[in-house]
Design a binder for this molecule. Structure first.
Ligand SMILES: NC(=O)c1ccc[n+]([C@@H]2O[C@H](COP(=O)([O-])OP(=O)(O)OC[C@H]3O[C@@H](n4cnc5c(N)ncnc54)[C@H](OP(=O)(O)O)[C@@H]3O)[C@@H](O)[C@H]2O)c1
Length: 239
């Protein structure tokens, strides 16, 4: 049984990951801004015989992310896995100059990830063990029109996570999971009509979010000495 913290657990991939890992016997600690969603998810987990804590969490606030990790350690004595999953994707062309949306993606997808590392790493170093899981994207491997900034945040997430692997104590494991198109609320944040329309076609074939939960489960289920570093999971039909 591991103590697993998940950011962005209120919908999509984070939600599915919480359900799967709780079902597999892990204690999950759920963070996101929509507390009503987290409470409903925790109830579902408890009703099924699992255990979960919930915390209102905005990953752009460094102190909140630190408190999220510290509270888990105070309550359970340790933190085994931190899943940095929270993300936003308001796609648009660069010449639309949706600068506030660029900032939002940098704040959540990059700074939020760094806040997670800053929160988890001291506990992992003390324990000389721990597992950091970053949810990147196939956008961490290729850039497509309307997704320059989003892809940049995911390239950054992959680079930062690889840097963590290289620098971390040998007892600390590091995994980047990069999903292709997965059913979730992610495209709802797109405000530009053209990008929204293009995404409708691009997202016609999706994987269920539990597919990504299974990949995370695989990575954290390996023996201590086995470090699964990168998993790309996309629909067979995705090009
Ligand atoms: N779905 C895909 O096709 C796909 C593909 C590749 C990568 N990904 C990545 O997968 C991750 C999960 O996305 P998803 O597809 O499951 O989308 P989603 O359903 O929109 O979930 C995103 C989650 O992030 C949380 N979040 C957003 N801003 C936050 C903030 N400031 N602080 C804390 N939590 C925040 C949301 O919770 P609240 O709004 O309640 O805070 C929500 O739980 C993201 O990193 C995304 O980039 C998704």
């Amino acid at each position: 049984m591991k103590i697993v913290l998940i950011t962005g657990a209120s919908s999509g991939i984070g939600h599915a990951t919480a359900l799967r890992l709780a079902r597999e016997g892990h204690h999950v600690v759920l963070g996101a801004r929509r507390e009503d969603r987290l409470a409903a998810l925790a109830k579902e987990i408890h009703d099924a015989g699992g255990t979960a804590d919930v915390h209102r969490l905005d990953v752009t606030d460094r102190a909140e992310v630190a408190a999220f990790a510290d509270a888990a350690v105070a309550a359970h004595g340790r933190l085994d896995v931190f899943v940095a999953n929270a993300g936003v994707m308001p796609l648009s062309r660069l010449d639309s100059l949706h600068v506030d949306e660029w900032d939002r993606m940098l704040d959540v997808n990059v700074r939020g990830l760094l806040h997670g590392i800053a929160a988890a790493l001291p506990h992992f170093r003390r324990a000389r063990a721990g597992h950091f899981v970053t949810i990147a994207s196939t956008g961490a491997y290729e850039v497509v029109p309307t997704a320059a900034v989003y892809c940049a945040t995911k390239y950054a997430a992959r680079a930062i996570t690889e840097g963590l692997r290289l620098e971390a104590d040998p007892g600390i494991r590091v995994t980047t999971v990069s999903p292709g198109v997965v059913e979730s609320e992610l495209a709802d944040t797109i405000t530009e009509p053209g990008a929204r329309e293009a995404m409708r076609t691009y997202r016609a074939v999706t994987l269920p979010p539990d597919t990504i939960a299974r990949a995370i489960s695989y990575a954290i289920g390996q023996p201590d000495g086995v470090d699964v570093n990168e998993l790309v999971v996309r629909p067979t039909a995705q090009r």
